[in-house]
Ligand binder design. Sequence first.
Ligand code: GAP
Length: 440
Amino acid sequence: MAKKTQEDNELMDKIVSLSKRRGFVFPGSEIYGGLGGTYDYGPLGVALKNNIKDAWRKKFVASRDDMYEVDAAILMNSEVWKASGHVAGFSDPLVECSKCKHRFRADQLEDPTKCPDCDGALGEARQFNMMFSTKIGAVEDSASTVYLRPETAQGIFTNFKNVVDSFHPKLPFGIGQIGKAFRNEITPRDFIFRVREFEQMEVEYFVKESDWQDAFTLWQKNLNEFVSELGLDTSLVHEVEIAEADRAHYSKRTIDFEFEYPFGQKELFGLVYRGNFDLSNHNVEYQDEEAKEKITPHVIEPSIGVDRLVLALLLSAYAEDEKGGEVRSYLKFKPSIAPVICAVSPLLKNKPELIAKAREVYTTLKQEFGRVMWDDNGNIGKRYRRQDEIGTPWCIVIDFDTLGEKPELLDTVTIRDRDTGEQERVQMNELVGYIKEKLN
Ligand code: GAP
């Protein structure tokens, strides 16, 4: 793996600082000194995540007639996690330093015998289960232990029969779910890349055993299309076939889609053939009407971590250029996922005529697109810099020409392009059409 350069470190620092400064991602519980491995999303981070999740829903659920979506409880009966193999096998090798007592994941260390913090001796590796457990109800005994789900997938398998009984789908069909997952990671790190609470978008696509390879290939194509449609720089994504010894306990085949993060090429999302491991362990069957027999369907699982995708999109969109000795940083998000589609500003904020006209434009665009921001803070140059930094594709300014100072420009506005900095004059009543065309 390529070594981290100073440039890589600087890029991560810039992304972390921009995320906080502009309201994408904040450290969790910050005013109490933080809580390791947790982050909070601010207004722009929420908007970006929602755009990603909406795109996933549109592509993988709403536009298809072989897909169903569920929203299962995070707390599940602990028998689920015994049957799924997570109680026995969802663990990482933990080592502890005999001197400073810091703990590490043995498989992530260059030398698993020496402490990277103080050079002290590391003890024997022991398996550490990554599920968070808690107690349910008022009586605390072994029967009351429940786990926060470490993957959304099991909420799909446990609802397989419910979906079949209510909708009678024919194979192949899939069930998708978006939701939180929790893992007590030994060493959370790299901003929102490895955290203890994160969000997944998962599909379990059920097929007859004989059809698994075709379905796998199709989902491989679907996943590549999805990230390309979000505007991710796909030259930074690499498919890696995972060897049997390194696969999860339920996997018969895994492809990791790895992204070139500044801290190394690491997993962004995965595609797994889980065989019929889960449904057979949960004793769930499906009546195959054609073959007139009960079968246990096999499953293909495309699983995407929302937080890792947010980070990859931020990194892939980040750009800098220089004009007149001044460095400008901007996020060149594809307009369809940008948290704000356009910002509307009056040229000056103490001229009521300008403000009234700008409000008219703002209200029309807000009603049409929703993700529209009113921005009258600071001078126009500052507003452009701020909108560039949050990735707003278009800034619209209402000036004296809009009011008819030059009669031929009456009711026109300037619209500035984030990436080129070029400005065009567009008729107010053509703005919605202009933006719609660009968005498509
Ligand atoms: N149901 C299969 C499953 O959970 P996984 O590879 O363990 O498989 C799927 O997780 C995806 O969830 C990963 O590709 C990654 O995007 C995301 N993910 C896993 N652990 C994570 C963590 N600690 N922090 C952020 N995202 C994580």
